[in-house]
Ligand binder design. Structure first.
Ligand code: 7TS
Length: 408
């Protein structure tokens, strides 16, 4: 299937925005959903809906099977050893907060270190700041090289025997950098630290094998990989998850409750208090089926081709600054156009039916490192085509001319 055919499977893309066919270049913020995912959620609500893990009635067991079936699909998708290592959360943010609040606060003491990078999304930065503040641990940053990449020798220097946790994004949502997380995980393990991976921007686009990466925790959101909003995953190594305390308490997660003491269910349920997002899990399962049918390697290849084409087209536009490395990058391009504010760029593009993101992308420290108050970003997915890139490039040229004339 080529990208133009894949595009047909996404009903939302078949519309005009401000009188122009929609070009959606904001999938790094949230991807669009194919018919099969929309139908799976609809089918669940029309035929199988009930609460999970409690009823003896037929709908209750169908809902439980659907929910647990989705967990098994995720486990296979990540190549996790067992389904119980897959904890359903609200998304990457909740997954990372769970690791920080449960594992981080339990293991860190004064004098210990938590190591992250300046390119982290706020979701993988603030939770660690909070752990550092609460425990007296020191938050340290592996410095970035000029092009935004990480040099392993800097990781070797920053991660020490006092480091308890290394937390890092696999793919930067601003720079498009693909971090060497396997190698950094090896350094972390040599020093006795655990490796936490923010997989929000990697999981939708490339094959992930948590056993090969040998990471201790891995987080992602369904909505960036063709699934519904409001659901995501935390994968963890079983011995670590077994030792961790829940951070939310209530129904579904208990084994035995007394007036003054309670005990918890086994994995993964001790981390899933309350009625979960069952339909969301069903949608995530359908999204995984959809992506795997096309093939993660094929998606990866398509995005690399498209990004190379886009880099070529955009770098010909005078006055356009592209951030991040030229080689070895993921399917997104962050840029600024002359001194036009990125919000103005995004607004002009929207008037032509082209959706991009502008702002700090939840990466304020990285914006300061880039010496930019904000940037514009075009991000690609399996449904984007060269035609989309051509529309973006010509709209940017027009935007520049428009503002040039206005200023001049
Ligand atoms: N980590 C990274 C690297 C991200 O890009 C994002 C979302 C998150 C964590 C948080 O994911 P959530 O699903 O819990 O919100 N990134 C973006 C973005 O780049 N534009 O909008 C959201």
């Amino acid at each position: 299937m080529n990208a133009a055919q894949i595009r047909e499977l996404f009903p939302i893309l078949n519309q005009e925005i401000n009188g122009h066919p929609l070009v959606y270049l904001d999938s790094a913020a949230s991807s669009q959903k194919p018919v099969s995912v929309i139908e799976a959620v609809k089918q669940y609500y029309e035929h199988d809906n009930a609460n999970v893990h409690r009823g003896v009635h037929t709908l209750g067991s169908r809902a439980t099977d659907a929910y647990e079936g989705a967990r098994a699909k995720v486990a296979k998708f990540l190549n996790a050893e067992r389904s119980e290592q897959i904890i359903f959360t609200r998304g990457t943010t909740t997954s990372l907060n769970l690791v920080a609040s449960s594992y981080g606060r339990a293991v860190c003491r004064e004098g210990d270190e938590i190591v992250i990078t300046p390119m982290e999304h706020h979701s993988n930065l603030i939770p660690w700041q909070q752990v550092a503040k609460a425990t007296g641990a020191t938050l340290k940053y592996i410095p970035l090289q000029e092009d935004g990449t990480i040099d392993l020798s800097d990781a070797e220097r920053t991660i020490t025997d006092r480091t308890k946790i290394v937390a890092m994004t696999y793919v930067s949502n601003v720079l498009g950098v693909v971090n060497p997380i396997k190698q950094i995980g090896e350094i972390a393990h040599r020093r006795g630290a655990v490796m936490v991976v923010d997989g929000a921007q990697s999981t939708p686009h490339m094959k992930i094998d948590v056993q090969d990466l040998n990471c201790d925790f891995y987080a992602f959101s369904a909505h960036k990989l063709c699934g519904p909003t409001g659901i995501g995953v935390l994968y963890g190594k079983k011995d670590l998850l077994d030792r961790m305390e829940p951070i939310e308490f209530g129904g579904e997660m208990i084994d035995h409750v007394d007036l003054y003491e309670s005990t918890w269910k086994e994995l993964p349920y001790k981390f899933e208090g309350g009625t979960p997002l069952i339909a969301g899990a069903v949608g995530l399962g359908a999204a995984i089926d959809f992506l795997q049918e096309i093939g993660m390697d094929e998606i990866d290849r398509h995005e690399k081709r498209l990004t190379a084409y886009a880099l070529d087209r955009l770098s010909q536009i005078e006055g356009l600054t592209i951030y991040g490395p030229r080689e070895e990058r993921a399917g997104l391009i962050t840029f600024n156009l002359s001194d036009i504010h990125p919000h103005d760029v995004a607004t002009v593009l929207d008037s032509q039916g082209i959706a991009i993101r502008a702002g700090h992308h939840c990466c304020q420290p990285l914006m300061r490192w880039l010496k930019a108050s904000a940037t514009a970003r075009a991000s690609f997915y399996l449904y984007n085509t060269e035609d989309d890139v051509d529309r973006l490039a010509s709209a940017l040229i027009q935007t520049k001319e428009f503002f040039g004339d206005a200023i001049g």
